[in-house]
Design a protein around this ligand. Structure first.
Ligand code: 6CS
Length: 276
């Protein structure tokens, strides 16, 4: 009996080893009936309503493109920006649709679609911008000034690259926390893309704060939907539908009510953005 056990175990092991590293291919996702997407809950890019409904320009585009690919729906998980790529690679998600801006180091780690949502960077500051912050370098040279930014996010990296010491770059989990920390004086500036801060400021109803934009010296970024490196066939199928929607005007119909420009996304490319 023991011998049979060993043979059975060996054949199972051999079969498992023989399995290729399965990409999340189109047929698999069609069968699954949904694509698992990572979002951040940062309106107007991504949002989760009190009723749990997922909206925002990025998930709305993804839902429509996947539907036209035969994948009926999307199931979203909220993630910190810095955890999105590791989560994708660990197969916790099938795609990242969160305004994850294309940058060379990210392009090296994932397979991005063509550009979708473009935006400049901004600062949320006290009314009148009393510390005169116009760039990340201004914050670096202001002794003791603290900036709030998303963990693993673009603004955190821009601040560190501009010379803001690590202990003056405060990781902020979400917009509401950043707003409160600024209002309480625990940070002197909170940085997110322009449309995110405009949305946050408008909903706050707080006239003691204001948005400064665009941040001098910071590029205009664009996101794309991010897939695993090995899932390029899935990404190419996504891009084909995305291009059709850009051409037909349906792409603009989805993103422009959120404040994004279809022309901005159509004016650039993954190739250009991944070059940096
Ligand atoms: O891609 C990023 O890192 C940035 N994208 C958005 C939409 N918000 C903040 C984040 O740092």
């Amino acid at each position: 009996m023991k011998t049979i056990g060993w043979i059975a175990a060996a054949s199972v092991a051999a079969t498992m080893l023989a399995q290729p590293v399965l990409a999340a291919d189109l047929e698999q996702l069609k069968e699954q009936g949904f694509a698992r997407i990572a979002i951040a809950n940062e309106p107007p890019y991504t949002a989760v309503g009190a009723d749990g409904k997922v909206t925002g320009a990025a998930p709305d585009i993804a839902r429509e493109v996947f539907k036209r690919m035969g994948i009926e729906d999307v199931v979203a998980s909220v993630s910190e920006y810095g955890a999105m790529i590791p989560g994708l690679q660990a197969r916790r998600f099938d795609a990242v649709t969160a305004g994850l801006f294309m940058k060379p180091e990210r392009c090296a780690a994932v397979a991005y679609s063509e550009p979708i949502l473009c935006d400049a960077e901004a600062f949320l500051v006290k009314k009148g911008n009393p510390m005169g912050f116009k760039s990340f370098e201004d914050i670096a040279k202001t002794e003791g000034a603290k900036i709030g930014a998303p963990g693993g996010g673009t603004e955190e990296k821009l601040a560190l690259d501009a010379g803001v010491p690590r202990d003056r770059v405060i990781v902020v989990p979400d917009g509401q926390s950043g707003l409160k920390m600024l209002q309480d004086g625990r940070i002197d500036v909170y940085s997110l893309p322009v449309l995110s801060l405009n949305d946050l400021k408008k909903k706050s109803g707080d006239d003691t704060i204001e948005v400064f934009a665009p941040v001098a010296g910071a590029p205009v970024y664009c996101d794309g939907t991010a897939f695993r490196k090995q899932d390029t066939a899935l990404r190419d199928a996504y891009d084909k539908v995305l291009a059709e929607m850009k051409e037909s005007g349906e792409f603009a119909e989805i993103i422009e009510p959120y404040g994004f420009s279809a022309a901005a996304a159509k004016s650039t490319s993954r190739e250009k953005l991944c070059k940096g």
